[in-house]
Design a protein around this ligand. Structure first.
Ligand SMILES: C[S@@+](CC[C@H](N)C(=O)[O-])C[C@H]1O[C@@H](n2cnc3c(N)ncnc32)[C@H](O)[C@@H]1O
Length: 375
């Protein structure tokens, strides 16, 4: 780890020591447990520290950080939904640097369609601090609508937003091979983390992998066992309205396609993407793509309707992205639009799914290219 600063070295060693101690006491841990610790261990996990993550000085760029156009389009969708509701709050999950919240509030203020409250549920105290600093730059009339909550509210009417949140949830990593179904655990060898293939840690995991009917072997991939309960918890808190989930991923037949036999785990460190989550523990983001068929199934199970599913480019264009552009368009805006919508960039890999409760009106973002039949 040549290029790490002394602070980063100390941080890396401290988190490694924490996880080493757990493994020494209890034996090898599942990859899901390793990922949970690497991202969320108190004070040391990647999302628990104050190191910059988003934007040029961080590790990766999310759509709201890339361009305010993303947030303006999302605000248009929120406004459209609010028209069909008797009251209107927004709840954002995992609000990152707070940029989406700021830009949505500014847009809705201009459109005279402000929510009564803009709630943020953020697990990381460090990110919460960053969000507060950003929200405090807004006019008081907007800033005072923002509230940070530590658990889901009981009876929300409005919109729940989660941009790139599901991809940061711990996943179980497995292999289906000539030995049957096996799970990747994490152990230690010579002061480093190493993979260990063993029998699955639980029967539920094994049953879920069997259901995937993988026939092109050997096949390695991931599965998110926590997603159904998470979707259920969102449904429980929503009285009426829409949940908008934006993330990279595919319908199940594409996710578990034979070509994707190494899975979808990706790590991001200083804008370099690679596939080794066992290094730079706590200093790099670890993500997995989303099986949107699983999201839709979980939603139906949780009494939610799947109101729409499309890719990010179609969603933004349906919401009038092109009408927001200055004329003549400057180079920077043109680059931003290209990254947001081009099939080689975020345009097709990123998907948007809308889940509804007691909500039937059509959604503008899915007016064309609704791909629910592909789920
Ligand atoms: C990749 S960042 C995305 C941040 C931001 N939404 C953006 O687009 O810039 C992932 C975020 O999801 C949050 N997160 C992960 N699991 C969560 C959960 N179960 N509930 C709420 N936030 C969660 C993390 O703390 C982190 O802030």
């Amino acid at each position: 780890m040549k290029n790490l600063s002394p602070d980063e070295q100390i941080h890396l060693q401290a988190l490694k020591r924490l996880i080493f101690d757990e493994i020494t006491q209890a034996g090898d841990i599942t990859f899901a447990r390793y990922m949970a610790q690497a991202l969320y261990a108190p004070h040391l996990g990647y999302y628990r520290t104050t190191r910059p993550k988003f934007g040029q000085e961080g590790d990766f760029v999310t759509a709201p950080e890339l361009s305010p156009l993303f947030s303006v389009c999302l605000a248009q969708q929120c406004k459209g939904i609010a028209r069909d509701l008797s009251s209107f709050q927004i709840l954002e999950l995992g609000a990152g640097a707070g940029t989406l919240a700021c830009d949505i509030l500014k847009t809705l203020a201009e459109e005279q369609a402000l929510p009564e409250k803009y709630l943020i549920l953020e697990l990381s105290a460090a990110l919460q601090q960053q969000q507060r600093a950003k929200i405090n730059t807004l006019p008081p009339e907007l800033a005072q609508r923002v509230e940070w909550i530590s658990s889901l509210p009981p009876q929300l009417t409005g919109v729940i937003l989660a941009n790139e949140v599901m991809d940061a949830m711990p996943v179980h990593r497995f292999s289906v091979n000539s030995a049957g179904i096996q799970e990747f655990f994490v152990g230690i060898e010579q002061e480093n983390f190493v993979w260990r293939l063993k029998n699955p840690s639980n029967t539920h995991l094994e049953a879920e992998i069997k259901k995937l009917n993988l026939t092109s072997l050997p096949y390695e991939s991931e599965i998110n066992l926590y997603l159904p309960a998470w979707i259920q918890s969102l449904s429980d808190c929503l009285k009426q309205g829409v949940i908008l989930l934006i993330d990279y991923g595919f319908p199940r037949h594409e996710f578990y396609h034979p070509d994707r036999h190494m899975g979808t785990l990706m790590c991001h460190h200083r804008h370099r993407a690679h596939m080794d989550p066992l290094i730079l523990t706590g200093l790099q983001d670890i993500t997995a793509h989303i099986d949107f068929t699983q999201v839709a199934e979980s939603a139906l199970q949780a009494d939610l309707d799947v109101l729409g599913f499309t890719h990010q480019a179609a969603f933004l264009l349906n919401l009038g992205l092109l009408s927001l552009l200055p004329s003549p368009i400057d180079r920077r805006t043109s680059q931003e639009v290209n990254i947001l919508t081009s099939p080689n960039e975020m345009g097709e890999l990123f998907k948007v799914m809308a889940l509804g409760k007691n909500f039937e009106a059509p959604l503008q973002g899915f007016m064309t290219h609704d791909q629910r039949r592909r789920l």
